[in-house]
Design a protein around this ligand. Structure first.
Ligand SMILES: [Zn+2]
Ligand SMILES: [Zn+2]
Ligand SMILES: [Zn+2]
Length: 391
């Protein structure tokens, strides 16, 4: 489906597009589009217990938390006097409040830990019937892989896939045929990182990771773009004739006129030139943004991920990976280069002078070279062996 919001106030689209198996598709954790569990092979699968929190030592300049009401109260339309009052009184570390849309506000914190504390402040959230979550784009990034056999469950994929960034959610795209959802061979993967890895490994097999471009959002109420019916301020329009009524009540079903371009097609049709233009704009925007971002971090990405000191936490907590990504995302390229030079010199001399780390690396290489062939060698097994030797 190309339209994200439910509502049933339009005729079925003639051409359906696939999407990951939940609304919105990209959010995980405590956000509104959360994960299911493993009851069903094709339900979105999340890292057990994963909750989106800002990683320790994040270097953002501010830390945003989205807040929505749990009882359909339109929080974005609440009086600033009320919002200022409750947040100033009951929440620590708030430096600003912004309206995101009719249902949602963004609460800004200066420190990652006060933002995280607020997410976990169930007393406040229950008292005011609110739910809080960190916007997906702040913490994680979703990509897609293709040609994944449909008989592999999401849980199995989660278990077997490995990457340089931690995987926190797997969703399989599906297509609705009649009442049934047919799993497709495209799978979306959410990484705990601001950038996508080039590849993920399924044992020895390497899948290329592509940018995930969410479908264009079209409102089911007014049929304009980039907002949902839930937050629509427009009037109910007919997707057939464009009049101010539901399509089911249309008295001119043969006089088809698109609300956006007045052309002879339904308002939801992909034949609409305005809709086609919006889809292209969306694709271009995303790819420009990702090119700019990738350019900025390239220097850092090629580095070997920072090694933990022998006594620190295992690297698979991903705190170290995130730190480097955050540094690059927030500094100019020049700064990043400086950091990189100092960092890599430091790292090299540290490794050479640290006999424990050096021996752990050598030991891992020896183990890999002498390993029998019955178990696979991939990023995960190598990483596990290295961590085992380092700790
Ligand atoms: Zn609307
Ligand atoms: Zn009508
Ligand atoms: Zn049109």
């Amino acid at each position: 489906m190309e339209v994200n919001e439910g509502g049933g106030s339009h005729p079925p689209a003639s051409k359906k597009r696939s999407r990951p198996a939940d609304e919105g598709g990209v959010g995980v954790g405590s956000g509104p589009s959360g994960c299911g569990d493993d009851r069903d092979a094709y339900l979105p699968y999340c890292k057990p217990g994963y909750k989106r929190l800002y990683p320790e030592g994040s270097t953002n300049t501010d830390f945003k938390v989205y807040v929505e009401s749990t009882n359909n109260d339109r929080l974005g339309n609440k009086s600033p006097i009320y919002l200022n009052h409750i947040f100033a009184m009951d929440v620590k570390g708030v430096t600003g409040i912004q309206r995101v849309n009719a249902n949602k506000i963004a609460v800004i914190f200066k420190q990652y830990n006060t933002a995280n504390n607020f997410i976990n402040n169930t007393t406040f959230l229950t008292k005011y019937n609110m739910k809080a979550f960190i916007p997906a784009a702040q913490i994680d990034k979703t990509g897609i892989i293709r040609f994944v056999p449909a008989n592999i469950s999401n849980k199995e994929l989660y278990r077997r896939l490995s990457s340089i960034y931690e995987i926190v959610a797997i969703r399989r795209f599906s297509k609705k045929v009649g009442q049934e959802r047919i799993p497709l061979q495209t799978v979306s993967i959410t990484f705990l990182s601001n950038v996508l890895p080039n590849n993920v490994q399924y044992d020895l097999f390497s899948y290329r990771v592509f940018e995930y471009i969410p479908p264009l959002l079209q409102c089911y109420r007014c049929f304009k773009f980039n907002h949902s019916a839930k937050v629509c301020n427009g009037k109910q329009r007919c997707s057939i004739c464009g009049g101010e009524h539901l399509y089911k009540e249309c008295d001119k079903p043969t006089e088809i006129s698109c609300i956006n371009c007045s052309g002879p097609h339904l308002a939801i049709s992909r034949l609409c030139p305005i809709k086609a233009k919006k889809i292209i704009e969306k694709k271009n925007n995303i790819s420009y943004a990702s090119v700019a971002f990738t350019k900025q971090v390239t220097t850092n990405e090629k580095d070997f991920p920072p090694l933990p000191s022998p006594k620190s936490q295992p690297v698979n907590s991903n705190v170290s990976v995130n730190k480097s990504v955050n540094i690059s995302a927030n500094k100019s390229v020049q700064d990043v280069n400086k950091v990189k030079i100092v960092h890599s010199k430091d790292l090299k001399s540290q490794i050479i002078s640290d006999n424990d780390v050096l021996m752990a690396l050598v030991q891992t290489l020896v183990e890999l070279a002498n390993k029998d062939d019955s178990t696979p060698t991939n990023l995960k097994t190598i990483k596990d062996a290295l961590i085992k030797n380092l700790t």
